[in-house]
Design a binder for this molecule. Structure first.
Ligand SMILES: *Cc1c(COP(=O)(O)O)cnc(C)c1O
Length: 232
């Protein structure tokens, strides 16, 4: 088994390699090390390797883990956010990647107002159109974009997607292209800046970088296999 330090080095090299291949600068891409199911001690190993940006997909787990770790780390929430967890999530996370409905966005806006916060969020798009997945359908997002942009407390910084599970990294490419094109279209249509594209996980982050990802969410390739496999 390789160490987390070596894993991080390899993942960073792969990000840089994929960026170079398409003429992007490696520093346009941030690696979010997804620590879900892994204990604080593993996060500390990653910190020793210079990693300061981490992701979690469950508020309860994050509430236990984050206070055990240095306060200078940055945390992103990437899982489905239940409405009754918003209040706890907002103070813990500097970005929520997974705003997956107008209703959730409105609830976040309301609670952020109560808490005096201005959360930075991404809109999750279900580009594969799978019935089992959270996220806006592309057409729904276009229809609801005005309402989303009218929420004064939310800084909407871009889009996020989780493509359908696939055997081959290349199978994700068309979904990443779709997300980028949807972003470009929304920017033109609504005159907004949606600079962030959160796409790419352990299996396909190199392809995502080639297609314009600015945030890659990598868990297994950094921390190793999770003991309890879990589909979010
Ligand atoms: C778990 C998770 C990841 C990381 O998955 P890996 O395949 O282990 O890299 C990325 N994004 C989301 C939303 C996740 O829930």
């Amino acid at each position: 088994m390789t160490s987390i330090v070596e894993n991080l080095e390899r993942v960073r090299e792969q990000i840089a390699g994929a960026a170079a291949k398409v003429g992007r600068a490696a520093d346009e891409i941030e690696l979010v090390a997804i620590a879900k199911t892994h204990p604080a001690e593993k996060v500390r190993e990653a910190i020793d390797a210079g990693q300061t940006l981490f992701g979690e997909s469950r508020v309860q787990e994050a509430r236990a883990k984050i206070p055990e770790l240095p306060s200078n780390l940055r945390w992103h929430f990437v899982g489905h956010l239940q409405k009754n967890k918003i209040r706890h999530a907002l103070p813990l996370f500097e970005m929520i990647h997974s705003v997956d409905s107008l209703g959730l966005a409105q609830d976040i806006n309301r609670i952020a107002e109560e808490q005096g916060m201005h959360p930075r969020v991404l809109l999750e798009v279900n580009v594969g159109g799978e019935g089992s997945k959270f996220g806006f359908k592309s057409e729904t997002l276009r229809a609801e974009m005005e309402s989303l942009l009218a929420l004064p407390r939310l800084s909407i910084l871009g889009l996020m997607t989780i493509p359908p599970l696939a055997e081959e990294p290349e199978a994700s490419r068309k979904y990443f292209v779709q997300l980028r094109k949807l972003r470009d279209r929304l920017q033109t249509e609504f005159h907004v800046d949606l600079a962030q594209l959160s796409m790419g996980m352990t299996e396909d982050f190199a392809v995502a970088v080639e297609e314009g990802a600015t945030l890659v969410r990598v868990g297994t390739a950094v921390f190793g296999e999770r003991s309890k496999p879990r589909r979010e």
